[in-house]
Design a protein around this ligand. Structure first.
Ligand code: UD1
Length: 434
């Protein structure tokens, strides 16, 4: 298994191109199931989760082809992938595939809407909490679906072969349930209204792509989304929006090490709340034409309390990275996690690097220390693993992060992007690195 080795202490300086968002690319790829025509996605990141979803979609009958690299193209430029679900050959998404990535459960929406039936494995638990699917079930039922749970599978049928528009009110904001019900509603008969919808930029991006495919959707990005169902959708061409979590991660990395990074192909409005928190912590943020310059010169890091919230609040997907930064703050920070019940797996690993963190339920109290010291640490989930990299960049001496397959799920060429900007970071591949 690969490991990442970091020798801490170098300031970061240079330019990092931000990839297309994983969390936008996945639902966009799934939206390709809604039409027999070709959906082309540009700026798709090269990630393990994208490759895995390609495998899952192939199982349902989706053909895909990749545009070759253009001569002289930056190896970090996103890829263009054409998807075509001419015939859906299988409406079952099996446990072996769904259990590897929760987002693959979302195929239930398009499969049910287009084929009138779907049988999708329950995703099971994951490291950051139980993550149930009750909102998906109640949402699809509101669109007229009959749903049973049979031996670990959600079996959904649309009576008469077609879903009917309905009113869905989510008890709590859910990104995945909003994506799924919105996709399903595009082919339902009549109007669907989703109340307490997720307002994340990835929901807006999916809606834009669905509209390009012929759907009629209003209100994406607000709490209420209205969808007028259509008989069919058609093909489209769509560019995946920039990854706000990757942007925030590198912003926190340079806040940690000091120096100056130009984060390009991204947009500050995608992460205003996190950038506001960084500014409060004493980090300079300037807009660029297609991104931001993030800089910290000599000054220290001020502690700032943070509570994770659905968009536009501070994202749970940046909580671990922010905690890494606050381990070096000049004072004490309280970080409250409200989205997932077990998203503090990185705490024990950060403590191995010398951080002082006290956990009490959903609140972590981080007492800033003068220095972190490198040590072997273990990645536990996607965002937690990158927080260890950030901490390692500022720690004295060697840090090795093992189980980096978590990182490869969501961060494209992380070590290349960071080493181009002066970090001493390398991947130790294979058996030899055990
Ligand atoms: C998505 C993101 C993930 C991010 C999360 C919150 C993708 C691929 N993943 O995950 O990176 O951390 O949003 O911003 O886009 N819930 C229920 N019942 C349900 C569905 C959800 O109780 O049926 C709960 C969850 O347990 C959690 C909360 O709702 O406590 C929010 O989860 P949700 O927004 O659904 O997260 P995901 O869509 O899985």
């Amino acid at each position: 298994m690969d490991k990442i080795r970091i020798v801490g202490g170098n300031a970061l300086s240079g330019t990092i191109p931000i990839s297309g968002a994983k969390n936008a690319a996945l639902p966009l790829m799934i939206a390709g199931l809604l039409t027999p025509d070709r959906l082309t996605l540009e700026n798709v990141p090269r990630l393990r989760d994208v490759a895995l979803l390609q495998r899952i979609l192939t199982n349902h009958g989706v053909d895909y082809s990749l545009d070759g690299k253009r001569p002289g193209q930056d190896p970090l430029a996103g890829q263009t992938i054409h998807f075509q679900a001419r015939d859906i050959v299988d409406t079952t998404a099996p446990y072996e595939l769904v259990s590897q990535m929760r987002a693959s459960f979302w195929v239930i929406g398009p499969l049910l809407a287009r084929m009138g039936e779907a049988r999708v494995s329950l995703p099971g638990g994951c490291a950051i909490g139980t993550r149930p699917v009750d909102f998906f079930i109640s949402g699809l039922k509101a669109l007229g679906a009959d749903i049973d749970i049979d031996r670990g599978y959600v079996v959904a049928r649309a009576p008469g072969g077609r879903l009917l528009g309905g009113r869905v009110t989510f008890p709590k904001v859910s990104v995945g349930a909003t994506h799924t019900v919105m996709m399903a509603a595009t082919l339902a008969k009549g109007e669907t209204v989703i109340e307490n919808a997720a307002r994340e930029p990835e929901v807006v991006d999916l809606a834009a792509c669905l509209v390009a495919m012929g759907a009629e959707i209003e209100g994406a990005g607000t709490e209420t989304i209205r969808i007028q169902g259509k008989r069919d959708l058609h093909g489209a061409w769509h560019s995946v929006l920039p990854d706000r979590i990757e942007t925030g991660t590198y912003a926190m990395a340079v806040a940690m090490t000091g120096g100056s990074l130009d984060l390009v192909n991204t947009a500050p409005e995608l992460l205003s709340s996190a950038l506001g928190v960084l500014a409060d912590a004493g980090v300079s943020i300037e807009p660029l034409k297609t991104g931001i310059r993030v800089r910290r010169d000599g000054g220290g890091i001020r502690p700032v309390d943070v509570t994770t919230e659905p968009f536009p609040g501070f994202p749970t997907d940046l909580q671990a990275q922010f905690m890494a930064l606050m381990t070096r703050a000049e004072g004490t920070t309280r970080i409250t996690e409200t989205i997932f019940e077990n998203r503090f797996m990185h705490v024990a690993e950060l403590v191995r690097l010398g951080a002082r963190i006290h956990l009490d339920g959903q609140v972590a109290t981080v007492e800033g220390v003068d220095r972190l010291i490198g040590a072997p640490v273990m990645a536990t989930d996607l965002r937690a693993s990158v927080s260890l990299v950030i901490a390692g960049l500022a720690a004295e001496g060697d840090t090795t992060v093992s189980r980096v397959y978590h990182l490869d799920r969501g961060f494209e060429r992380l070590e290349e992007k960071l080493s181009r900007c002066g970090a001493a970071i390398e991947r130790l591949s294979g058996e030899g690195s055990r």
